[in-house]
Design a protein around this ligand. Sequence first.
Ligand code: SF4
Length: 229
Amino acid sequence: MADALHRLDDEISDCFACPRLVAWREEVAVVKRAAFRDQTYWGRPVPGFGPGDARIGILGLAPAAHGGNRTGRIFTGDRSGDVLFAAMHRAGLANQPTSVSADDGLTINNTRIFAAVRCAPPDNKPTPEERDRCAPFLHRELTLIRPTLRVVIALGAFAWAAWWPAMRAVYGVRPPSPRPAFGHGAQWTAENVPTLLGCYHVSQQNTFTGRLTPAMLDDVFARARSLAA
Ligand code: SF4
């Protein structure tokens, strides 16, 4: 299974299916941000991160232009990752509280992190067509980790919405209608599928304004750990 995940990660990293996103990720990698001008950007799709026998999944929107798209690892090298991995470290799910580069020694346990869209989109907004084109990667990843996966934390409304077609594709379970509304702390449970937990996205917009606090993240991870036990 680990081999299958690695093969999927490799396949994702070599995808060129979305012309607009390919152009954007490569342009960002050439233009760069001034602070990173000496670095070689990854400039490709960003695969999932974490062990294949994870019980907790963390579903994000897409890599950040100067974070994952620069470092090649999801939530790595930006403020969102700082907040996320600090919380995971407090929860005992990461060996260190920082995530600055793909070779920084970070390891996470019991958790796999992935995004609904694997390429950094302009303005963090993939089109519906790009979302749907990338969705099979998420579905295949979920299929591989399905045997152990018990909880999925959806970071933000986009990830929450991406869960329903994934659940149908991977578990063959029809999503509820109407769909449960996203909210921080929202929880949706059904038989034979992972519990879905809603969490405000760890974006600067939320963490700098206090909409999402470290205590709120700690509560989500405590619940996820409890549900996954
Ligand atoms: S968003 Fe997904 S489908 Fe589109 S190019 Fe990137 S990896 Fe491929």
